[in-house]
Design a protein around this ligand. Structure first.
Ligand code: KG4
Ligand code: ZN
Length: 429
């Protein structure tokens, strides 16, 4: 705490080190909003799930400093996240992580313009640690506080590294969420589709766990999704298992992963019984099985995304000249999924943008950047101390204006784009 105290009280000047990404060009409208043309500096804190993240980002999109502590290995050992344990780990790490982010930026709290922290959605016990720490920094440093919606932050991160104008289409695929939306502005989203059961990352995680992929030494430290992707890349016959693509007859943009996940679980149980497999042993053809799962999931994500693009065309919602698909969230790290979404994008006249993997998974940078966007637009920046203290964390919350029924009522039928699969044998998309 001593170092943090020094950072809070010293008046050292602003010194920026380590620009990780090239600065994003600001449009004139934004530049005019910056005081004395000096970029705004926002500190962001993320603790919505199992990552303790903090970053300092400026309004040019430069990452001045960052730190991240992942709890992944602890939760992998426990077979899932135990909220009180996640909270305790956040509690143990938060001071160090914030100190490290400020130190790596060579900045002190006095140099920061505002504090942003994830307040929703997520695990309440986890959210409380980052939110309360953010409020504390705001109080002792006398700084404005910016409450952040975790999924909105995922949605806008790409704007930090690429020039992307509003409105754009965004697909968010993570461990807890699956959302397809039009990002209209920093605080206006139109929700076209969401999952009706499990999120894709969750289905990847449960599949990896059921297939006991951790028992393969080089897979043991990987997230479920990364493990399945690696396993699938080793398939000798990727089309040995042909799983049904979810929701093919539903003319909307919603998602479902649990049917596919259950098909894998049932198949595994059958194989275990058939071969008398017990304990740590793996079922046969595990790599082909992962490839089959990944392909069905990918086709599903591509179908829903393509329908959203056709709906946008039908209703003329995004000007043709700047149609962009942004894909983010942890499962967006999957290169097989990304390549197929890129094919759909190019066929449908969209630019495809995926932030670097470290910005797709949970991190403090995306929270700080969302703080920057809100600061520049002056949306949701709290300056009143009582209002700041009254900010509550929220486990579940809606995302934007709900257009899901509007999409379903349009009954958009699609001729599916043919995917370019990275192996010779292909079946009809
Ligand atoms: O966005 P994120 O870091 O945390 C949440 O907000 O959920 O996403 C974590 C999820 C996990 O379910 C993980 O298995 C999945 O992202 N993931 C992947 C891959 N890498 C991470 N899923 C599929 N393929 C990957 N390569
Ligand atoms: Zn996330």
């Amino acid at each position: 705490m001593y170092k943090l105290h020094k950072m809070l009280t010293s008046k050292a000047g602003l010194k920026c080190v380590g620009r990780i990404f090239s600065p994003r060009k600001l449009v004139g409208k934004n530049i005019r909003k910056l005081s004395n043309n000096k970029p705004a500096v926002i500190l962001g804190i993320e603790t919505s799930c199992d990552d303790t993240g903090c970053a300092v980002v400026d309004s040019n999109g430069a990452i001045l400093g960052e730190a991240l502590h992942s709890q992944q290995s602890v939760h992998l050992d426990n077979g899932g996240i135990i909220p009180p344990l996640a909270q305790e780990l956040h509690r143990q790490k938060i001071t160090k992580v914030v100190e490290k982010a400020l130190l790596s930026a060579n900045l002190r709290l006095t140099n920061v313009d505002a504090i942003a922290a994830t307040v929703k959605p997520g695990l309440v016990m986890s959210l409380l640690i980052g939110t309360n720490f953010g409020k504390y920094l705001s109080r002792v440093g006398n700084k404005p506080f910016i409450p952040i919606h975790h999924m909105e932050a995922h949605a806008l991160t790409a704007r930090m590294v690429e020039n992307i104008d509003y409105p754009f289409l965004v697909l968010l695929i993570s461990g807890g969420h699956c959302l397809l939306a039009i990002a209209q502005s920093v605080d206006k989203f139109y929700l076209l589709g969401s999952t009706i059961d499990d999120a894709p990352g969750e289905a990847f995680d449960k599949t990896a766990r059921r297939l006991k992929l951790r028992n393969i030494p080089e897979f043991s430290e990987l997230s479920g999704g990364a493990a399945v992707e690696l396993a699938a890349s080793r398939a000798t016959d990727p089309e040995q298992f042909k799983f049904e693509v979810p929701m093919v007859h539903w003319e909307d943009c919603n998602f479902s992963s649990s049917g596919l996940k259950n098909a894998i679980l049932k198949h595994t149980l059958r194989e275990e019984k058939k071969h008398g497999i017990i304990g740590d042993e793996l079922v046969p053809d595990i790599y082909n099985l992962c490839a089959g799962f990944q392909l069905a999931m990918t086709r599903h994500l591509c179908h829903r995304t393509q329908r959203a693009m056709e709906f946008i065309e039908l209703k003329n919602l995004i000007p043709e000249k700047n149609r962009t698909l942004v894909v983010s969230g942890g499962a967006a790290c999957n290169n097989f999924i990304a390549n197929c979404l890129e094919t759909v994008s190019s066929q449908m006249g969209y630019r495809f943008v995926r932030p670097p993997p470290k910005l797709c998974t949970d991190n403090g940078i995306m929270i700080a950047w969302n703080g920057v966007e809100r600061w520049l637009a002056d949306r949701g920046v709290l300056r009143d101390s009582e209002e700041i203290e009254n900010v509550q964390v929220v486990a579940r919350t809606e995302f934007g204006e709900d257009w899901r029924e509007k999409v379903a009522n349009a009954h958009v039928r699609c001729q599916w784009v043919k995917l370019k699969l990275p192996y010779p044998k292909t079946r009809k998309s």
